[in-house]
Design a protein around this ligand. Structure first.
Ligand code: AMP
Length: 427
């Protein structure tokens, strides 16, 4: 059978690589893909943008694609799954209505409140009803969020009342376009963040291996927020007791709530959670898709057939699917272009990729382009080097051996991905 992966980042390279390993699969297409998916055996790129659902559906019909898996949130939030469903083409992901869990933070906060799922206290405003006195009455820091999709940039942590008011005013004034016509202002939560990702179909659910990512650019979790500078799996923070709590207090009530609102959820569902000192898992955000870079280490550990897993979900047979994991840890280090997450250069030649293929582990591409036989940088996050090992520490060593083999001008990456997990391993 033929598979279509929608997207062109590191997550999509990992999804394509994993699908290509399935004995059920003859060919995997990635739209639009990157240099990594262009070079992967059994995989090839299609020059269609991830947002162009008309062209994607046409391609899926022409090629008789048996399963389409959508990587990024944009097409999901704009309804690609509904579009494919109307044409009877299997497409794995939530419908437009269910994807609002990521598409609108105001919708999600109201949903969480209604179903009593733990989250930070909050208020929502538009330009017409913004109330600076409300802000002044809250404790700082405060978190100001644009309601809609803002490419991971729509969340600003404000240390003072005045900066929260200025930030809110700027977003409502259009600094994020329509995504900021409504804002959420919420309580700042302290603790450690956990990514909890499940595969769901209505109320059937399989939790994936646990993981944690590092969102800040610099070592020690300092510097600006990014799309993610590295991730590892498993997360020792998620003990069996916490796992049970997250399923019971967050995941199941969310799936139940969506179903009873008439929007049952199918697809990967990602809960970004803050675990405070009291151990309560509070929802920071939902994503309606697999995380990036969490996908890369998680799929390195998945022993089961990913295509079989997605098909079981679409068939309502998740309850009978026996998911198998590699017991080793996996850790991915993102290699980014200098300047990321702000302005960065594109078009630099990447050296050492060939040497890296002879090392253990796997280098997934994100913002890369194939120019003749040269692989060049084409985005902020360029590669994710993933190592495996009996401990997170061993996986980290394998990942950094890959990183050390690769170079381009002004490459930047963190040297400490997994440091908290490794400190725990050492005590
Ligand atoms: P979000 O897109 O809502 O997950 O926000 C992106 C990042 O901002 C999260 O991964 C957290 O690191 C941080 N963040 C968001 N909301 C809060 C909050 N209420 N308290 C503390 N940090 C937050």
């Amino acid at each position: 059978m033929k598979i279509l992966i929608v997207g062109g980042g590191g997550r999509e390279h990992a999804l394509a690589w994993k699908c290509a390993q399935s004995p059920l699969v003859g060919r995997v297409f990635v739209a639009p893909g990157n240099a990594g998916t262009a070079l992967e055996p059994k995989v090839g790129n299609v020059n269609i943008a991830a947002e162009d659902s008309d062209a994607l559906l046409k391609f899926a019909e022409a090629e008789d694609i048996a399963l389409t898996i959508v990587g990024p949130e944009g097409p999901l939030v704009s309804g690609i799954v509904d579009r494919f469903a109307a044409a009877n083409r299997p497409c794995f992901g939530p419908t437009r209505a269910a994807a609002r869990l990521e598409g609108s933070k105001a919708f999600t906060k109201e949903f969480l409140r209604r179903y009593r799922i733990p989250t930070a206290s909050y208020a929502t405003f538009t330009a017409a009803d913004f109330d600076a006195d409300y802000v002044r009455a809250q404790r700082v820091p405060l978190v100001v969020k644009a309601d809609g999709l803002a490419a991971g940039k729509g969340v600003i942590i404000c240390e003072t009342h005045e900066s929260a008011i200025a930030t809110a005013t700027a977003i409502l004034g259009g600094s994020f376009g329509a995504a900021g016509s409504t804002i959420v202002i919420e309580e700042f939560l302290r603790g450690e963040e956990v990514s909890f990702i499940v595969v769901a179909h209505d109320q059937q659910v399989i939790p994936l291996a646990t993981s944690q990512d590092h969102k800040r650019r610099d070592d020690g979790d300092a510097g600006p927020n990014t799309g993610g500078m590295g991730a590892y799996s498993p997360s020792a923070l998620v003990t069996p007791a916490l796992h049970e709590r997250i399923m019971h207090e967050v995941i199941r009530p969310t799936l139940r709530g969506l179903a009873s609102d008439g929007n049952p959820y199918t697809g990967f569902l990602y809960a970004g959670l803050m675990i405070g000192d009291d151990g309560v898992p509070k929802v920071l955000e939902f994503n309606c898709r697999f995380g990036d870079p969490e996908t890369q280490p998680i799929l390195m550990r998945l022993k089961s057939d990913l295509v079989g897993l997605c098909e079981a979900a679409l068939d309502g047979a998740l309850d009978r699917f026996d998911i198998q994991w590699d017991s080793r840890a996996a850790l991915g280090v993102v290699m980014a272009a200098g300047g990321y997450p702000d302005g960065y250069r594109k078009g630099d030649s990447i050296d050492g990729l060939e040497a890296a293929t002879r090392l253990p582990g796997k280098v997934f591409h994100a913002g890369t382009r194939l120019e003749g036989s040269r692989v060049t940088t084409a985005g902020g996050r360029v590669l994710c080097a993933v190592g495996l090992g009996d401990t997170v520490g061993a996986a980290q060593r394998q990942a950094y051996a890959l990183v050390d083999a690769i170079h381009w001008d002004l490459v930047q990456y963190r040297r400490d991905i997994g440091f908290r997990a490794i400190a725990r391993e050492q005590t």
